[in-house]
Design a protein around this ligand. Structure first.
Ligand code: PDD
Length: 278
C-alpha cells in the first residue's frame, strides 16, 4: 500500500487527490524534483531541495515549508514507502483558484510527495549502452527551471520510442546537443568530457554536477561548452540523471558512437559515481 503526502497529510495513494482547479492541473503552474534513495540513503537531498527552492522563486512561488521541514517530510514519506531503491517525487504548484491566467496574490501552494520503486537499468543496457535520437529543441526558453510543463519532453520521448530509442536529445539551431528529454548529455571529445554550459537552455542537473565533480577529482579533463555530434575526435556519448546516474549512449540517430559499446570514460565515470553512492 503506497502512501503519499498531499495537502498537509499522509494518505493511501488512491485517496491522495488534488482539486481540479489546482493551477498545476490547469496551467502546469508548478515545479518538481525527483530524488533517488539507495538503501535508505538519499543522494544529494540538499542540492535537490535547494534547486526546488530556486525553481519556486523563479516563478514567484513561496515554498510552503522550510528546507529542513521538507527534508524531514521526504524522510517520513520514505519511511512510509521504504523501497530498497526509491525515487521520491516532490511537486509544488501555486495552489487552487478559479481559472484565470493571472494568479491571485497570497495563494496557498500545493505540496505533494510520492515515493516509487526506482527502476534500475537492465544488465543489457549497462553492457551495451542506450540509444538516442536527436530532435530540434521545441521547448521554451527557461529550461533551467524544473517546470512541471513537460509536454515537449513527452512528445520527445514518444518520438524516441517510435524510433526504438531510449532518449531524445534536443539540438539548438546550430546543431549543438543541449540535453535530453529527462537527462543531461555529455560527449568525450579528444579525451575531454564535454557538456553544454549552464544557461537557460538546459536544466542544471544534480547528477551532471556530480559527474563533473567526480570527473575533475579523478583527473578526467572536463569542458563546459557547446558541442556537436559531428565533431572530429568524438569517441563517446553519455547521459546523466537522478534515475540513471551516468549511462553510456552508444547509438544516436541509428549511427554508432565510437565502436558501439560503452567507452572507457563512461565505464570509469559510472563506477566512480557508484562508488560515491556507497
Ligand atoms: N529529469 N534535464 C532534464 C530536462 C531533466 O528533466 C532532468 C531530470 C535532467 C537531469 O537532472 P538530475 O540529474 O537533477 O536528475 C536534465 C527527472 C529525473 C525527471 O523528469 O524524471
Amino acid at each position: 500500500q503506497l502512501t503519499a503526502w498531499v495537502n498537509g497529510r499522509f494518505l493511501p495513494l488512491e485517496q491522495a487527490t488534488v482539486h481540479i482547479e489546482d493551477r498545476g492541473f490547469q496551467f502546469a503552474d508548478g515545479v518538481y524534483e525527483v530524488i533517488a534513495c539507495f538503501g535508505g540513503r538519499f543522494l544529494d537531498l540538499k542540492p535537490h531541495l535547494e534547486r526546488l527552492e530556486r525553481s519556486c522563486s523563479a516563478i514567484d512561488i513561496t515554498l510552503p515549508r522550510t528546507l529542513d521541514e521538507l527534508s524531514e517530510l521526504v524522510e517520513q514519506a520514505y519511511q512510509h514507502n521504504p523501497f530498497e531503491h526509491a525515487m521520491v517525487y516532490i511537486q509544488v504548484t501555486r495552489g487552487v483558484a478559479p481559472r484565470s491566467h493571472l494568479a491571485q496574490q497570497n495563494m496557498v501552494p500545493s505540496l505533494i510527495i510520492t515515493v516509487r520503486d526506482l527502476p534500475m537499468p537492465t544488465a543489457e543496457k549497462l553492457e551495451h549502452g542506450v540509444s538516442a535520437i536527436t530532435m530540434p529543441d521545441i521547448r521554451w526558453k527557461r529550461c533551467d527551471i524544473k517546470s512541471i510543463a513537460l509536454l515537449a519532453s513527452v512528445i520527445g520521448k514518444q518520438e524516441a520510442s517510435r524510433h526504438g530509442a531510449d532518449e531524445g536529445f534536443w539540438l539548438d539551431g546550430q546543431g549543438h546537443v543541449l540535453e535530453g528529454c529527462a537527462t543531461n548529455c555529455f560527449a568525450v571529445i579528444d579525451g575531454i568530457l564535454v557538456t553544454h554550459p549552464l544557461d537557460h537552455q538546459v536544466l542544471g542537473g544534480i547528477t551532471r554536477d556530480m559527474a563533473l565533480r567526480v570527473a575533475r577529482a579523478n583527473a578526467i579533463k572536463v569542458e563546459e561548452r557547446a558541442w556537436k555530434l559531428t565533431e572530429s575526435g568524438l569517441s563517446e556519448c553519455l547521459m546523466s540523471s537522478t534515475t540513471n546516474a551516468v549511462m553510456p549512449v552508444c547509438h544516436i540517430d541509428g549511427k554508432t558512437i565510437g565502436d558501439g559499446s560503452p567507452g572507457p570514460v563512461a565505464i570509469r565515470l559510472r563506477q566512480l559515481m557508484l562508488d560515491e553512492f556507497e
